[in-house]
Ligand binder design. Structure first.
Ligand SMILES: Nc1ncnc2c1ncn2[C@@H]1O[C@H](COP(=O)(O)OP(=O)(O)O)[C@@H](O)[C@H]1O
Ligand SMILES: [Mg+2]
Length: 365
């Protein structure tokens, strides 16, 4: 557990952090968010003693960190920052090895750990371990930064805009990957961002700051539904209901739907549709590859002419996706229902716009 008690930080007349009290439970992701200059970085850097508070105190695991030597403290706290801060003259492997090296791990153990971490963050160890930072893309460098922060398996991870310096697509991939790593590792994470969508996606708790003060500390659901004041209200914006959808997984909303094999006979199609007008068409492997409208069947010269073909990746969503992703897929394709697939791309059922409307109404906490 991490606890901030009435923590303030002043620089001359500037109050960077103003009487912040905050408790972060073990194993949860707390996202610090707020406009530029509101004190996020300063708050974070006081937790690993890169900065000292002017007043107040910080406890990690029940212990006042001002009584812990900074080097010792930082062994239990991984730190990843925007623009990564990799050492340019050191290879990827050497960068990741810095902390294990300081801990005097033997060479074999360090090498194993480097491999393990690169694989964890989705980089091929053989292709990347010997590279230098200048030979990496922005997204790869960010991943190495995260791997380095995790190197000595610290229970706590501080991340300052870790996905800030990459393009939106890469950013989304890194967020997804971070979420799955966190699901497995259950670190206590404090992540700084100014991107609300990122916060809503990754946070168990959101701490929103304004001019050095903590203005609300809540779950994303509560923050969106009941902003504490006008500042939070304006910050989270008007589309609360939509934002909440990115907190809800599709899983519980998947419903069975009629499917037809690509090579089915007219009779098989009729019985598969069983009176329904629409059916999803699946290939031999069970992947949705289009749909069929029963009304097109009589006039079509052949079955394959009646099938509206589509790319699985373009129409379908994974069961692990969120309702927000499903909605944007529907809007993007102009379809009121879309197929849901498993990890192998196989058809599991469908989700409809109506389900999303229902979920939006139910999501009020
Ligand atoms: N070393 C410093 N000296 C003087 N002022 C600083 C220093 N670091 C930060 N500040 C000021 O403290 C405030 C909070 O900064 P910071 O924590 O970096 O904000 P954020 O990360 O939310 O953008 C800002 O007004 C900033 O200008
Ligand atoms: Mg900052």
């Amino acid at each position: 557990m991490i606890r901030l008690e009435h923590v303030s930080k002043r620089y001359g007349n500037t109050v960077a952090v103003d009487d912040v009290s905050l408790e972060i439970e073990t194993g949860l992701v707390c996202v610090l968010i707020g406009p530029s200059g509101c004190g996020k970085t300063t708050t974070l850097r006081m937790i690993n003693r890169l900065m000292e508070p002017t007043s107040g105190r910080i406890l990690v695991g029940g212990r006042d960190i001002s009584t812990t030597r900074p080097e010792e403290l930082r062994r239990s706290i991984g730190y990843a920052i925007q623009n990564v801060g990799l050492f340019p003259h050191m290879t990827v492997a050497a960068n990741i090895s810095v902390v294990p090296g300081l801990l005097h791990w033997d060479k074999k153990r360090i090498a194993r750990r480097v491999e393990e971490l690169l694989a964890l963050v989705g980089l091929d160890p053989y292709a990347h371990a010997a590279k230098y930072p200048s030979q990496l893309s922005g997204g790869e460098a960010q991943r190495v930064g995260v791997a380095r922060a995790l190197a000595a398996d610290p229970p706590i991870l501080l991340m300052d805009e870790p996905f800030g310096a990459v393009d939106p697509m890469t950013r989304e991939r890194l967020q997804t990957q971070f979420a799955s790593i966190q699901q497995a590792l259950k670190k206590t994470v404090i992540l700084v961002t100014h991107d609300l969508d990122e916060a809503i996606r990754l946070a168990d708790r959101i701490a929103i700051m304004e001019s050095g003060r903590l203005v609300q500390y809540d779950t994303p659901e509560v923050m969106l539904a009941r902003p504490a004041n006008k500042f939070v209200h304006d910050f989270v914006g008007a589309d609360h209901a939509l934002k909440r959808l990115s907190r809800i997984k599709i899983g519980g909303y998947v419903k069975p739907a009629a499917t037809v094999r690509v090579n089915a006979s007219a009779q098989e199609i009729a019985s598969a549709l069983g009176g329904h007008r629409w059916g999803w068409v699946v290939d031999e492997a069970g992947r949705p590859v289009g749909w069929i409208d029963a009304r097109d069947l009589p006039s079509a010269a052949s079955l394959s002419e009646a099938i509206v073909r589509a790319d699985t990746d373009e129409i379908a969503v994974a069961r692990t996706a969120t309702l927000r992703e499903a909605l944007s897929r529907m809007l993007g394709n102009g379809m009121k229902s879309i197929p849901v697939i498993d990890g192998q791309g196989r058809f599991l059922g469908e989700i409809t716009l109506r389900d999303i409307e229902t979920a939006t109404a139910e999501a009020e906490p």
